[in-house]
Design a protein around this ligand. Structure first.
Ligand code: SAH
Length: 496
């Protein structure tokens, strides 16, 4: 065993789950943040265990051929990107093998079989400025000046920056306008410890196809019945004393300054007075322009409000959905179920090519959005249900069986294709069991966590499904996250 404070020289031979470099000294494993595979580094042990330790990168003795200079000067401190100092090609290779290894190790599938069905990862042509959404915290620096930026990895101290190379260019200008406006008008940042101050976060969203931009100020607003000021949209703001008054008084000025930014279409405030890590407050008031901005995805138009869920990388989302649609192999007659459907983006993208589509989602607002999105795009063959997939789907299946015993053959209810796109924890077992019982011809599994994907693929394979194709897709360049689309087809035998 090694001890805390020891400095060791080590060759980095692998990449860990969080993007850290992994090396071995006499069989003892070191996990070193910011070390790149192929580097020889000196690292200082920070936390020592019997067989392994976490160590701090002290010096790169010999630089790896895959090491590149991070584009962001603050990449090491900022929690956002873990892989900015490794070449993008190597990153794609790492993501491909992460998915492969998880499916083999955690799913218990044969390596040769997996290699036979794995398709090359869908990378991004220009892996920068891809995020359509940014949330900047507002606070103070040590000198007491107002700063905006990002939280340093796993902390709440703000690293001042307005430039983020994975976000859109407009962010920088908008945040500079907001910061100087706050200084000039003595609008105080929110202080997490005291609960005082006004400005908590600034949310910026951009519709990539429409070019429309939305800014939403998340403010710590205490209602004071005495002061009432009209918003530009005729919304009555009951405002607090102190800096909230300053904010409302300077509001027109701030709006005018923001209108310099091309595409500015919606400016709003979100009220959040809770002592919480949750960024957005649910009460939203539009103070300029429209309540929503538009974006187009797979030929469909979506309206996005400050609170709506919308995929953050629209360029890659299109590629991901197109792959899912291709795997669904629709001919116009099929019944498709889309579980964990969010605002119905996948469901509606498939509707045009299917007979009938059903979406299930647990968040009521998302289901309302999904229904509106269907209407807006003139889609009449989509139905949405609000609830947990593991409850709604079994309910539906039981009802269907009753219908059949009642004389109806229930064929219109038989799913030809089931699509799932669950959160990181994967599908509930009850949901997977019901899917197997419903016996669709094809299952298209869209996953944002290859570990839970592997676990669920094992259950589906044991339930009689054959893995026909596995395609990773890079939705979040420079981070360790990777999406995967898997096509499963019904078979009589079992797998792996
Ligand atoms: N397919 C959508 C959303 C995927 S994110 C898209 O591509 O945009 C996963 C979604 O699953 C979220 O909207 C989340 O609210 C929802 N969700 C989480 N647990 C769920 C459950 N048990 N049943 C149904 N939906 C769930």
């Amino acid at each position: 065993m090694k001890n805390k404070g020891d400095i060791l020289e080590v060759q980095i031979t692998d990449i860990g789950n969080d993007g850290e470099g992994i090396g071995k000294v006499d069989g003892y494993t070191l996990f070193i943040k910011d070390a790149v595979i192929g580097d020889v580094v000196k690292a200082k042990i920070m936390k020592a265990k019997k067989n392994y330790a976490y160590a701090h990168l002290e010096e790169v003795v010999k630089s790896s051929e895959f090491r590149v200079e991070a584009k962001c000067p603050i990449a090491r401190q900022c929690g956002g990107c873990q892989l900015q100092n490794m070449s993008y090609d190597k990153e794609l290779e790492y993501k491909q093998s992460k998915v492969r290894n998880n499916i083999i190790r955690l799913g218990g599938f044969d390596p040769e079989f997996v290699d036979g069905v794995m398709k090359p990862i869908i990378g991004m042509e220009n892996p920068w400025e891809y995020r359509n959404k940014a949330q900047f915290p507002v606070g103070y620096n040590k000198e007491g000046k107002i700063v905006t930026g990002f939280y340093a990895g796993r902390t709440h101290s703000i690293i001042p920056t307005t430039t983020c190379h994975i976000g859109v260019k407009e962010n920088e200008k908008i945040m500079e306008i907001v910061r100087s406006h706050m200084e000039e008008n003595h609008i105080l940042p929110y202080n997490e410890e005291t609960g005082k101050g006004l400005m908590r976060h600034v949310l910026i969203r951009k519709g990539f196809t429409s070019g429309e931009i939305m800014v939403c100020f998340v403010i710590n607003y205490k209602q004071d019945k005495k002061a009432t000021v009209s918003g530009t949209q005729g919304v009555e703001h009951k405002v607090a004393s102190g800096d909230a008054n300053e904010f409302i008084r300077g509001q027109k000025d701030l709006i005018d300054k923001l209108l310099v930014v091309k595409g500015m279409s919606s400016i709003s405030v979100s009220i959040n007075t809770e002592k919480t890590n949750v960024i957005m407050g649910l009460e939203i008031h539009t103070i300029y322009g429209k309540d929503t901005i538009r974006d187009t995805l797979c030929g469909l138009e979506f309206e996005i409000s400050p609170l709506s869920f919308f995929q953050v990388n629209p360029v890659q989302t299109k590629k991901l959905y197109e792959q899912a649609i291709e795997y669904a192999a629709l001919t116009g007659k099929e019944t498709v179920w889309d579980l964990y459907c969010g605002i119905g983006t996948i469901t509606l993208s498939m509707a045009k090519a299917a007979g009938r589509v059903y979406g299930i989602e647990v968040i009521p607002e998302a289901i309302e959005d999904a229904k509106r999105n269907a209407q807006r795009n003139g889609i009449t063959n989509a139905e949405f249900y609000c609830g947990k997939a593991e409850v709604v789907l079994p309910d539906f299946y039981d009802k269907k069986r009753k219908t059949i015993s009642g004389g109806d053959d229930g064929s219109s209810l038989h799913p030809d294709v089931i699509v799932v796109d669950p959160p990181r924890k994967g599908c509930d077992e009850k949901c997977l069991e019901t899917m197997i019982k419903m016996a669709p011809e094809r299952i298209v599994y869209v996953s944002c966590d290859s570990a839970t994907l592997a676990r669920d693929l094992r259950i589906l394979a044991d339930g009689g499904y054959h893995i026909a194709a596995i395609r990773p897709c890079d939705m979040f360049p420079w981070t360790v996250h990777v999406e995967t689309v898997v096509l499963l087809t019904k078979t009589s035998g079992s797998e792996g």
